[in-house]
Design a protein around this ligand. Structure first.
Ligand code: C2E
Ligand code: MG
Ligand code: MG
Ligand code: MG
Length: 287
């Protein structure tokens, strides 16, 4: 038997898998280190209405690695989720959002802006998530109704009751909810009806070829119609050119986000964009 086990061990040794496992452990320890060193920052990507005016921004996490430079959240968020590190990391992002909303409260040019924050399933289900966020709102003085949390359909795969309970509690602070990457997951329409959402977000994978691929156009139309039926706002992400914007507008979409309006960038860039817009025609800027 021992001989068998030994042979199995050898048979299952796969250098490629071994490297992947090592890389994952390395990433995990680097994430811990990054958390200690405050190596995370946030970028802001504008969200606009039909006139192109900025109505808010999505906060996107950035990790500046000492030797590898900027690492995409698509690479490290899954590891942060698996290890639970998403909880303290996500707490920092929410803190940053609340501090910014509180700072904008007294600045007329910015006080109507909303901030959308991505929240992972593991983070959202955490038993202290609601308590922590309530404390952060309180401590910062952030207006809860300017904060939007982006959830994903994967959150609905288990513990739907917990998710709904947390949404309800946070809504009492004015916080709104958006369903991100909508259509890429496994949403059941029955759950969707039960979730007290404010917004559906059309995933960029449908926006990319919306002009050429009739299936993508049909899905985008379905999301817009569904949103209207359920009385929800709808926003398209990944809008890169005006033809896409015009097409989505034709489908009934009124809010947009994507490189056409701005890449995720620093707070200073977002604020400068808003101020430039106010100078170009918003009379409120010239009382
Ligand atoms: P997401 O929430 O769907 O964010 C949209 C992603 O599309 C962002 O990638 C954004 O930079 C990118 N994007 C925006 N406009 C365009 C466009 O016009 N064209 C193209 N091709 N891409 C565009 P990013 O910043 O790399 O973030 C990737 C994902 O990581 C996010 O997808 C989100 O799921 C996750 N993420 C980011 N920040 C956080 C965070 O603070 N917490 C959690 N839990 N997840 C986060
Ligand atoms: Mg998002
Ligand atoms: Mg998205
Ligand atoms: Mg997406």
């Amino acid at each position: 038997r021992a001989k068998n086990a030994g042979r199995n061990t050898v048979r299952f040794y796969d250098p490629e898998l071994h490297r992947a496992v090592e890389a994952r452990f390395e990433l995990e320890s680097e994430l811990r280190h990054a958390l200690d060193q405050d190596a995370f920052s946030v970028h802001y990507q504008p969200q606009v209405d039909t006139s192109g005016a900025v109505i808010g921004a999505e906060i996107l996490l950035r990790w500046k690695h000492a030797s590898r430079g900027m690492i995409s959240p698509a690479e490290f968020i899954p590891v942060a989720e698996q290890t639970g590190l998403i909880v303290p990391i996500g707490r920092k992002v929410l803190r940053a959002a609340c501090e910014q909303l509180a700072a904008w409260k007294h600045q007329p040019a910015f006080r109507d802006l909303t901030l959308s924050v991505n929240v992972s399933a593991r983070q959202f289900r955490h038993k202290y998530f609601v308590r922590d966020l309530a404390q952060t709102l309180e401590a910062t003085g952030a207006p809860g109704h300017r904060l939007k949390l982006e959830l994903t359909e994967s959150m609905l795969l288990e513990n739907v009751e917990t998710v709904i309970a947390h949404i309800e509690e946070l809504r009492s602070f004015g916080i709104e909810f958006s369903l991100d990457d909508f259509g890429t997951g496994y949403s059941s329409l029955a759950y969707l009806k039960r979730l007290p959402l404010a917004q559906l977000k059309i995933d960029q994978s449908f926006v990319r070829d919306v002009l050429d691929d009739p299936n993508d156009a049909a899905i985008a139309q379905m999301v817009v119609n569904l949103a209207h039926t359920l009385d929800l706002d709808v926003i398209a992400e990944g809008v890169e050119n005006d033809q896409q914007r015009a097409f989505l507008f034709g489908l009934g979409c009124r809010h947009f986000q994507g490189y056409l309006y701005g890449h995720p960038d620093t707070l200073a860039e977002l604020e400068a964009l808003v101020l430039r817009q106010n100078d170009n025609g918003n009379p409120a800027a010239h009382p």
